[in-house]
Structure formats: C-alpha cells, structure tokens
Ligand binder design. Structure first.
Ligand SMILES: *Cc1c(COP(=O)(O)O)cnc(C)c1O
Length: 233
C-alpha cells in the first residue's frame, strides 16, 4: 500500500509548500488560504489517499461522477467538505444542493433560486461563490463583472444559501502577458463589492499552473487538480 499512497501524499506536500512560499512572497498568512483538491476523472481511491494525507476539502466538476465518490468517502469520513466547481445545469440543482457543502459556479439567479429551494431543511446553508467572467469573449462561463452586484444581492437574500465570495477561471494568459492581470480584475471587483457592504470572505481563484499569481492577487481558496492527482487523461 505504502508505495502506492506515497505519490499523492508527496504531491500534496509539494502543493502545500508552493502555497506557503507564495503566501510568504505576498506577505500573507498561509492559514488564510483554503486548498481544495480537485479530483475529477480520478477514482475514490485517489481521494482516500489525499484524505489520509490530511486533505479535507475536495472539488468535483461532474455530478454523476461525484455522487458515488462522495458516498464512498462519507462512509469512512464525515469531516470532508465537498465543493461543486463545474457548470450547473438546472436539472442537477437538487442533487448538488443535497450532497455538496459549497457551490462555486453560480452565474444565474434562476440557478441560485433552485439551489435555495432545494437545499434540504435542517442542512447548514450552502456556501456560494458567484462565478465572474473576467476574460470577456474568451470565456463563456460566469456573469459579466457589471452584473455581479445584482446577482450577489439576489444570492445574499435567498434562504438556505450563504454568499461567500467570487470565483473565476481566467483564460490562460498569453505568452509574455502578466499572469496576474485577470486576477487583479477579480480582486478589484471583490474589494468593490465589500466596500458596497457585501459580507464576502472568499476569492476562489488559482489552479495548478497559476496558483502563485492568484495568491499574489488575494486568492483565499485555490482549486488544485493536476498538481495533486496527476495529469488527466
Ligand atoms: C479542473 C479544474 C480545476 C483544477 O485544474 P488543475 O489545472 O488540474 O489544477 C480547478 N477549477 C476548476 C473549475 C476546474 O474545472
């Protein structure tokens, strides 16, 4: 067993070291950054190894793939936190609301209303990040920055949901371009919303290739797949 479990534990340790170094470089406390391990395409066994190595937050993109993994891991560990990070279709909201703790890809009020109505009674509020399109026409996902305040208002008012912050997946920076530029736009929007009185504490930004740029621009939650579990096929 040990020889199989070593790589994921080692990769996880390397990612934590990268996060710590990025926080040091930015003059930030590493305790202020939450690491979400993104397990899409990898089996429950890989997630178990990460959990054995101390990982608590897990992100999944595809509902059908995620549900059996959540069931498999919940049986053994009740303390894991599940983040839905993929695009949200209207016919999937009931299962997302029932099985996840966080949802990062909310980009329409209609979806937020469904998640609110379908969050099971007695469950803690579903933690929500509004997804913002900070790359303009290069990306289809996320609400335009100008629409973010109205959507944040709507989410904040819905029962069963807790608005936590913003999420973005920037288009890859072109060669030679500043990798922080897109994240700077996101951070400025986040700070403007906070000045307007929104109670936001989460900036969900940064993946395997660009976590340093995201941390430098204030990310409080990074979503890391490849650097922990390996290359997806
Ligand atoms: C797949 C995915 C990630 C992880 O990407 P890596 O480059 O493998 O770290 C993060 N966020 C979202 C929304 C994803 O779909």
């Amino acid at each position: 067993m040990t020889h199989i479990s070593e790589p994921i534990a080692d990769r996880l340790a390397a990612v934590r070291a990268r996060l710590a170094a990025a926080c040091r470089a930015a003059g930030r406390d590493a305790a202020g950054v939450r690491l979400v391990a993104v397990g899409k395409t990898f089996g429950a066994d890989a997630l178990v190894r990460a959990a054995d190595a101390g990982q608590r937050d897990f992100g999944e993109n595809y509902l059908q793939e995620a549900l059996p993994k959540i069931a498999a891991l919940r049986a053994a560990r009740a303390d894991l936190v599940w983040h839905f990070i993929g695009p949200i279709q209207g016919n999937k909201t009931a299962d997302i609301a029932a099985h996840f703790d966080w949802v990062h890809g909310v980009e329409r009020e209609r979806i937020a209303r469904r998640l609110s109505a379908q969050r099971p009674a007695g469950a803690p509020p579903l933690q929500v990040c509004v997804q913002v399109n900070i790359s303009g026409e290069q990306s289809k996902s996320g609400i335009a920055p100008a629409g973010a305040p109205a959507l944040c208002h709507a989410v904040a008012a819905l029962p069963g949901l807790k608005l936590r912050g913003l999420m973005a997946i920037p288009a890859p920076a072109r060669a030679g371009a500043d990798p922080r530029a897109a994240y700077r736009v996101l951070r400025e929007l986040f700070e403007a919303l906070r000045r307007d009185g929104f109670d936001l504490d989460t900036l969900s930004a940064g993946m395997s290739d660009d976590l340093e740029a995201a941390i430098a621009e204030g990310a409080t939650l990074v979503r890391i797949g490849t650097a922990i579990f390996g290359t997806r096929t």
